[in-house]
Design a protein around this ligand. Structure first.
Ligand SMILES: [Fe+2]
Ligand SMILES: [Fe+2]
Length: 182
């Protein structure tokens, strides 16, 4: 069995990633409707990355049956700019607060599979905030985001613009493991 503190963190992270996945798909719809197809494509790619994280966490949860999950989530945005600000705030929380704490607990409890699952997500999330900051800057200048093809690693969710690397810098997966959004 996974130790209870780490298991709770896994279910919370699963819930948070699941909500982020859906939130970004909702934001993608709004971006498309408002005439920002590249921002919509970015959201679709990042939503896929969050699904990879949710899937990794889910695989590490050993408890069978019902669990009440806890996760912070950002609500209330009504414009493309507010959506992007929610995205930036959510990503920063994960990178600065949530995953560092979860990784420390997993390490202290010698739950190494969970620690890897948290670390993959933590490293990948770092790329997301930077994309959203660029997108917000574009919208504030009344332009769509200038965005090349985006690749997402199927193993860890690492998100990269342009040609994917031969090996994922986070998990070392091969280039073929990247799903492309173009
Ligand atoms: Fe993210
Ligand atoms: Fe990867």
């Amino acid at each position: 069995m996974v130790r209870p503190m780490t298991e709770t963190n896994l279910t919370s992270a699963y819930a948070g990633e699941s909500q982020a996945h859906m939130r970004y798909l909702i934001y993608a719809d709004r971006a498309n409707q408002k005439g920002y197809p590249n921002i919509a494509r970015l959201y679709t790619a990042v939503a896929y990355s969050e699904k990879v994280h949710a899937g990794n966490h889910y695989k590490n949860i050993q408890h069978k049956g019902e669990v009440s999950t806890f996760s912070g989530a950002l609500f209330g945005s009504r414009t493309v700019e507010e959506d992007l600000q929610n995205g930036i705030d959510g990503e920063h929380f994960e990178v600065d607060e949530m995953y560092p704490a979860y990784m420390e607990v997993a390490k202290a409890q010698k739950e190494y599979a969970a620690e890897i699952s948290f670390r993959f997500a933590w490293e990948a999330e770092k790329t997301h905030a930077a994309f959203y900051e660029r997108a917000l800057d574009a919208v504030q200048n009344e332009k769509d985001l200038d965005l090349e093809q985006v690749g997402v690693c199927d193993v860890c969710g690492y998100t990269v613009e342009g040609e994917p690397p031969e090996r994922c810098p986070i998990c070392k997966a091969k280039k073929e493991r990247f799903t492309l959004f173009s």
